[in-house]
Write a protein that binds this ligand. Structure first.
Ligand code: CP
Length: 307
């Protein structure tokens, strides 16, 4: 893909033009189909710098970088000198001094990756792997690739429901931005009032607190994880109550279009956000999302680092 499509760092999908998004998804599909050069990032060092836990994002970035031939360093915050008080910026600058050119960063603070990007050398690229509740751009991309594979490239007739804890979800923000850029016909958002943001994030969406109504005729149900690590006490009465009102069950799914697909970024709170029957059922694309994560991250690393 043409690198001029992308900014120097991938911090957010907000403002990323349609052409750039489309080019990344097209390239990711080629990777998903097995077409790639195992030496594309030969001699380039990439570090996953995670200050929050992760399974899918970290492992898939590692695999993506390895498949393209990069040297990969996995930084473990729990055994690093951050335990002795070294800052994230000093950590990054020291790794950069060793020759690392690509940083994949997850941090609990909103805007942390953008702030770090102000201090790196011209040839260094940063990817936001999730910052606070702000953005998780590669999750947004892999979700769009998964939707495209299932529903085609024209999103203009699609009805998509995003369900659950939108307020604390960086995934939801990146999905909303990408769905808008791709011209999605109708975006519905459903969750308890206490877990929906009222800061303009949901502008243009059909907002409801009734899951049965929100699912009516949808082509895709994108379920969200309850982000309890970012939640104040008492925002959710109880997990049983949450499941009763906002959990996706096989019975509820019958309200969606017959060929509707079900997605969830993981990790899943089984029996809370979604039942086993649905998560593991024929309409679930949850593991497809995970597979696509590797391909999307290959496309992002290639675009940012092979310039
Ligand atoms: N979807 C996602 O970001 O999963 P991890 O937290 O396991 O990376």
């Amino acid at each position: 893909m043409n690198n001029t499509h992308l900014p120097r760092h991938l911090l957010t999908l907000d403002g990323l033009p349609f052409d750039a998004l489309d080019a990344l998804l097209t390239r990711a599909q080629a990777f998903a189909d097995g077409h790639y050069d195992r030496r594309a990032l030969d001699g380039i060092a990439v570090c996953t710098l995670f200050f929050e836990p992760s399974t899918r994002t970290r492992m898939s970035f590692t695999l993506a970088a390895q498949r393209l031939g990069a040297d990969v360093l996995n930084f473990d915050a729990s055994t690093s000198s951050t335990r002795k008080g070294e800052t994230a910026l000093d950590t990054l600058k020291n790794l950069e001094a060793m020759g690392v050119r690509g940083f994949v960063i997850r941090h609990h603070e909103d805007g942390a990756v953008a702030a770090l990007s102000q201090h790196v050398e011209l040839g260094t690229a940063l990817v936001n792997a999730g910052d606070g509740r702000s953005a998780h751009p590669t999750q947004g991309l892999l979700d769009m690739l998964t939707l495209r594979q299932a529903k085609g490239h024209d999103f203009s007739k699609l009805k998509v429901a995003i369900v659950g804890d939108v307020k604390h979800s960086r995934v939801a923000r990146s999905d909303l931005q990408a769905l808008r850029t791709l011209g999605t016909g109708e975006i519905r958002v459903c969750g308890p009032a206490s877990l929906l943001p009222n800061d303009g994030t949901l502008d243009g969406c059909v907002v409801s607190h009734d899951l049965d109504a929100a699912l009516d005729g949808v082509d895709a149900a994108m379920m969200l994880r309850l982000q309890r690590e970012r939640m104040e006490e008492g925002l959710v009465a109880s997990l049983d109550d949450y499941h009763r009102e906002f959990g996706l069950t096989a019975q509820r799914l019958t309200r969606a279009a017959p060929d509707a697909v079900v997605m969830h970024p993981g990790p899943i709170n089984r029996g809370v956000e979604i039942t086993d029957e649905v998560a593991d059922g024929p309409q679930s694309l949850i593991l497809r999302q995970v597979s696509n994560g590797v391909a999307v991250r290959m496309a992002v690393l290639e675009a940012l680092l092979r310039g």
